[in-house]
Design a protein around this ligand. Sequence first.
Ligand SMILES: NC(=O)c1ccc[n+]([C@@H]2O[C@H](COP(=O)([O-])OP(=O)(O)OC[C@H]3O[C@@H](n4cnc5c(N)ncnc54)[C@H](OP(=O)(O)O)[C@@H]3O)[C@@H](O)[C@H]2O)c1
Length: 246
Amino acid sequence: MKAAWDLGINTIDTANVYSNGESERLISKFLKKYNIPRHQTVIATKCYSVVANDPSIQSFTVPGIGDLPEYVNQSGLSRAAIFNAVDASLARLETPYIDLLQIHRFDPANEYSLVYREEEREMMAYCKYNGIGVIPWSPLAAGFLARPVGTETIRLNSIKGTPREKKLIGGDTTIVNRVEELAQKKNCKMSQISLAWAAAKVTSPIVGVNSIQRLRESIITGIELTAEEMVYLEEPYEPKVVRGHL
Ligand SMILES: NC(=O)c1ccc[n+]([C@@H]2O[C@H](COP(=O)([O-])OP(=O)(O)OC[C@H]3O[C@@H](n4cnc5c(N)ncnc54)[C@H](OP(=O)(O)O)[C@@H]3O)[C@@H](O)[C@H]2O)c1
């Protein structure tokens, strides 16, 4: 986070449910440690899901958790639930205000990448027409669009067999191959080609970065795709079953 701040990034996206509140606590610690004035930052968080008391529980994997007595009014989008979620986030973030409170489902924060473009059908068209910004997640398809086909990673292996598992299907393999081909042609990283494509389509993709080097690589100023290259990347896409709307 310090590296991001030093590079001029002042916006931090989190959610109440990320690591059951630990992500929001870390942001507060970060701002304090480096004496960063709160008003110079933009903090976006989210509400909707249960923040489990037990750190080892991921609430989205426990059907009906929101109906348990200890979690009454702790999930969903009722007035009481939103007020409770905001109070809890403010306490963890140790801030008097949240800049952007996002509804964690049923809103324009969607999955979107070269290999998952279902939101183009209705949501993105609606948002464009109404001037609503779109900040989608997983622009690298959890890493698939950042590495040659067949590369095994700890992350992809760790989500195998879970509801979050991602697979390349239909024309996806061809798309990833084309990303690799364009990266070689332009002498840049595959992730940068995939992000350049996403950045041309939406307000700002939310990239999952986990090292300072990757953070730097994800700032893709100067990498642009021609109209022909955009079409070349898009052309093999085949429709998919809609996912992510829990
Ligand atoms: N609103 C929601 O419901 C929702 C859902 C999911 C995510 N999100 C948000 O969106 C963020 C991004 O999601 P995501 O992590 O799935 O995004 P992503 O950008 O599609 O995938 C990130 C993965 O790509 C790989 N990667 C990233 N930069 C790379 C680079 N320069 N070179 C090679 N590989 C690279 C890494 O894989 P390895 O770790 O395997 O190396 C990393 O874990 C999350 O952190 C979260 O804040 C929101």
